[in-house]
Unconditional design. Structure first.
Lengths: 258, 297, 371
């Protein structure tokens, strides 16, 4: 395990009306590590994700990232242009609803190749080849390269969104409820695929979910959130097998019952 | 061959070139900024003009701000001096400046155009003024002005290539045939106005100054002389211009852009040069025994 | 062989003559006088002045006559004329509280100081065609009113402000010169001044539809008409050389103040929020629509849901000007054959590459020709 964290969050607070959001959150994320943020709706987990990925500015505290060229940097100090570039190359963001993270009116191939074209790739044949490879990696028939996402199933759209994010080999991926919009049967398959990709590509990820099973399958470590605060954090297995906080105990026991 | 038009009587109720001097100064300042940043869209305080928005008010305001008593003005639309809108604009300038007008490209100091660049090559010291309907090349991709300005600032042009990729995937060809997007001076993406892509190469490294005016959208932009203008493409799908199997029915040209004319209900077609001045010149030369008439052959 | 068509200039000159003829109509009918338009079509004149951004009833009447009754064309004429006018200076802001009122109503209170004054309004007429208008008739002079109107009537919104119930509209610090939409291009985020100027000269139909949409669920502001006023105002200008302000003229305006659902922040308590509308002349529908849209454009700043078309600043402000809209829509009449040719050429090539039936069709044609 690397001594240097990839991402460091310190005492971070972000609320959207002075009251609701997340407060005083701190954690480190190491390269290749998956962190799950678990909580009910209203726990502040989505606000946390949005603030940590700097889509909204934290009200207090700081977020540091190990950039490729400038080393460990406070994101507040990065100019907007650098931040935008970072989010389009070194980071990925997978949205709960695939439609929000895809261009629905262009083909699967164009969706995957866009980030490559944005960084200057100009060979059509090569772009197509790379996009085709990614479809296969995501267990989608490569023959569907020219089809538009509207004709894909929900699970396929989500896998396409993931491929679109991974094509520039980001080191960190943020995921907001990546399986919540999918059928239960499809969820399992996607989680398996994600787990494989994370290992193969050495991805670090922060995954927000209300579903403890997702944490169990994907995450090395887990944060449990309630009412905007982190109530418990640690190795996923430890938290699920031996929850300390009463709220965590409640969550875990409700799974066992269902 | 210089053809002087019957000059329209100058109407001295209006300031020279219609706009007041401070408006002209404001426009020239915007144009200077545009020339300093090739391909960058500079906002300007567009005025209502006596012709409607969408009918060339941007080009007219640009011309009005740079024209002087000694200038010679040529106005074309669809490549012809004789189309109704070109006539209308030429009459307007005649009325508000009294400046000499011409149909000859080499004789003109300012050429205002809609949708074509003349076939006759331009020279140093000449100015082309283009009428622009939509200045923003990313508008189809992103309706928000705030967002497209950010995209230009950060040179985020990946989305445009998505369109080209998609065209090739669906049609086997890039489907844009006019107003074909270019990169100017290796930096800004620009729309060259709805000229056919056939004319794009004329922009690259031209000795003339190219000015672009969008009145309704309130933007001007420029390509200074001898500036690199590259049409977007892929390495394995390079930019290509239109070709015809036919030649011009009047002068036999195989090098110029051709208009298609439908002659009868059976659909009989003929092709003639879009650039009427170029075509007339060639016909005159043929009559004088200069170049062979391929059409007759 | 093909012979090129010429004669565009003659065609244009002929079209001028035909237009004159069309506008004049039957020579047996007396020609319209500007005074008739000005006096007897004052609502059309008001609209042309409002959207033309120029207060001059005589010129507006001229524009309407020249435009043969086409209001948007008349607005265009007035705007183009406005471009040629020099700007001498700036008047003092008008105080609508000092209006010489012809009409003043409020739907938020049953009665208000000064009373509800209906004035000349179509509101309570029955929309039955009045066939007595077929003939010329003498209108009797209006008898004098029983009581004189109060010379000054407080605005309802000022009364609400006294009780701190309505959001304040503070003057920005330093009282800077406001943005001028007729001199500078619109930029985003647009200041309230820029938005109000844009709305003041916006097309009435567009604003009406946008305002209507907010009442039907596309955005929701639950508005009340706190006050609508119509009347005349003196316009004053400070003259440097004299050292004091002089009256340069009198104009009529229509003003509408809407109040909407309250918003509150952590610092202040909840208050009613405003929408403001103001037009030259008598333009109630326009000023009400303007007020609705003004309020809808504030939704984002107030932290409300702002995803309906009337909340979208760029959508509303870029499409509100009928001179721009008319020009661009109608420019499609201009020749576009060069670009069309480019598309034709590509389409034919793509179809040929697919071995399309057009090729087969040509064979058919040939067959029909040669027996």
């Amino acid at each position: 395990m690397n001594a240097q964290p990839l991402l460091s969050v310190r005492n971070m607070t972000r609320t959207w009306d002075g009251v609701h959001g997340c407060r005083n959150v701190s954690f480190d994320l190491y390269p290749g590590e998956v962190l799950c943020v678990v909580g009910e709706s209203g726990s502040g987990k989505s606000t946390l994700l949005s603030a940590v990925s700097y889509q909204t500015r934290p009200d207090a505290g700081s977020v540091w990232y190990d950039t490729r060229d400038q080393g460990f940097t406070d994101l507040a100090a990065l100019p907007g242009a650098r931040l935008r570039l970072l989010s389009r190359t070194d980071w990925g963001f997978v949205r709960q609803n695939a439609r929000d993270g895809l261009r629905m009116q262009v083909s699967a191939g164009a969706n995957i190749a866009e980030r490559l074209m944005a960084v200057g790739d100009r060979h059509y044949g090569e772009l197509r080849r790379v996009a085709g490879n990614w479809l296969q990696k995501m267990e989608i028939d490569a023959g569907r390269l020219d089809d538009r996402p509207v004709s894909f199933s929900g699970g396929m759209q989500q896998r396409l969104q993931i491929a679109r994010n991974l094509v520039t080999h980001p080191r960190l991926v943020f995921m907001d409820e990546p399986t919540a919009s999918l059928d239960v049967s499809v969820q399992a398959r996607l989680l398996d695929l994600l787990r494989q990709l994370v290992t193969d590509l050495g991805l670090a990820a922060i995954v927000v979910t209300h579903d403890l099973a997702v944490a169990r399958l994907l995450a090395h470590r887990t944060l449990v959130m309630r009412g905007g605060e982190v109530v418990e954090s640690g190795l996923t297995d430890q938290i699920l097998d031996d929850p300390q906080h009463p709220y965590t105990q409640l969550l875990v026991s409700s799974i066992l019952q269902s | 061959m210089t053809t002087q038009h019957a000059t329209v009587e100058r109407d001295d109720h209006y300031n020279f070139a219609y706009l007041d001097e401070s408006t002209k100064r404001m426009l020239r300042r915007a144009l200077l900024k545009a020339v300093a940043i090739p391909g960058y869209q500079v906002p300007f305080g567009s005025r209502e003009m006596p012709l409607p928005y969408g009918w060339g008010t941007g080009g007219i305001q640009v011309t009005a701000s740079i024209i002087g008593r000694g200038d010679v003005l040529k106005v074309i639309d669809q490549g012809s001096d004789d189309t109704t809108n070109a006539i209308n604009i030429r009459r307007f300038f005649g009325r508000v400046t009294g400046v000499a007008t011409t149909e000859s490209t080499p004789a003109a100091t300012i050429v205002q155009t809609r949708h074509r660049i003349p076939e006759t090559p331009l020279a140093a010291g000449q100015i082309m003024v283009f009428q622009v309907p939509i200045p923003e090349p990313l508008r189809w991709l992103e309706p928000s002005e705030t967002e497209t300005r950010t995209m230009h600032a950060l040179a985020e042009y990946g989305g445009m290539h998505v369109k080209l990729y998609e065209d090739i995937a669906q049609h086997g060809h890039i489907a844009t045939t006019y107003d074909y997007p270019v990169i100017v001076n290796d930096r800004y993406m620009m729309r060259p106005s709805p000229i056919p892509k056939f004319d794009n190469p004329k922009l690259d490294g031209s000795p003339a100054l190219m000015l672009f005016g969008a009145g309704r959208e309130k933007r001007v932009y420029a390509v200074p002389p001898y500036t690199r203008v590259k049409s977007l493409d892929f390495e394995d799908h390079p930019f290509r211009v239109e070709t015809w199997t036919e030649c011009c029915d009047l002068c036999g040209s195989r090098e110029s852009y051709l208009d298609e004319i439908i002659l009868d209900d059976a659909g009989t077609r003929r092709y003639v040069c879009s650039d009427t001045e170029y075509c007339n010149d060639r016909q005159a030369q043929q009559r004088a025994g200069g170049i062979p008439d391929e059409a007759a052959a | 062989m093909y012979v090129a068509v010429k004669g565009g200039e003659r065609a244009i000159l002929n079209s001028y003559r035909m237009l004159d003829d069309y506008r004049r109509g039957d020579r047996g009918v007396p020609e319209l006088g500007l005074d008739q338009i000005r006096e007897q079509m004052p609502l059309a004149v008001s609209r042309v002045m409002a959207e033309g951004s120029l207060y001059d009833p005589q010129l507006a009447a001229l524009a309407l006559k020249q435009a043969a009754g086409d209001v948007i064309e008349a607005v265009f004429l007035l705007r183009a004329y406005r471009t040629t006018l020099s700007r001498y200076g700036y008047t003092q802001p008008i105080d609508t509280g000092r209006m010489r009122l012809q009409r003043r109503i409020s739907s938020t209170f049953k009665d208000i100081p000064g009373g509800q004054i209906l004035g000349p309004t179509y509101d309570y007429t029955q929309r039955l065609l009045d066939f007595s208008l077929l003939a010329q008739r003498e209108a009797d002079a209006l008898p004098a009113g029983e009581e004189a109107l109060d010379s000054a009537m407080s605005r309802v919104t000022d009364l609400l402000a006294q009780d701190d119930l309505i959001d304040a509209e503070p003057v920005p610090e330093g009282d800077p010169e406001p943005f001028d939409l007729t001199r500078q291009p619109l930029d985003f985020p647009a200041s309230r001044a820029a938005r109000l100027q844009n709305l003041a000269r916006a097309d009435e139909g567009f604003l009406l539809s946008m305002g209507y949409s907010t009442q039907r669920g596309y955005g929701n502001t639950h508005p009340f008409a706190a006050e609508i006023r119509y009347g005349a105002l003196e316009v004053e200008m400070h003259i440097e050389e004299l050292g004091f302000a002089v009256t340069v003229g009198e104009i009529e305006v229509t003003e509408c103040q809407m109040v909407s659902q309250f918003a509150g922040s952590a610092e202040e308590g909840p208050k009613f929020t405003r929408g403001y509308g103001l037009t030259f002349g008598y333009g109630e529908r326009k000023s009400m629509s303007m007020a609705l849209v003004d309020r809808a454009l504030k939704a984002g700043d107030l932290g409300e849901r702002a995803d309906s078309p009337a909340n979208d600043h760029e959508f509303v402000l870029y499409h509100s000007d009928n001179v721009e809209a008319s020009g661009f829509v109608q420019h499609l009449k201009l020749p576009h054959y060069v670009d069309f040719q480019a598309n034709l050429e590509l389409l034919r090539r793509m179809r040929a590459e697919r071995g399309e039936p057009e090729a087969a069709q040509n064979e058919l044609m040939d067959e029909a020709v040669s027996p």
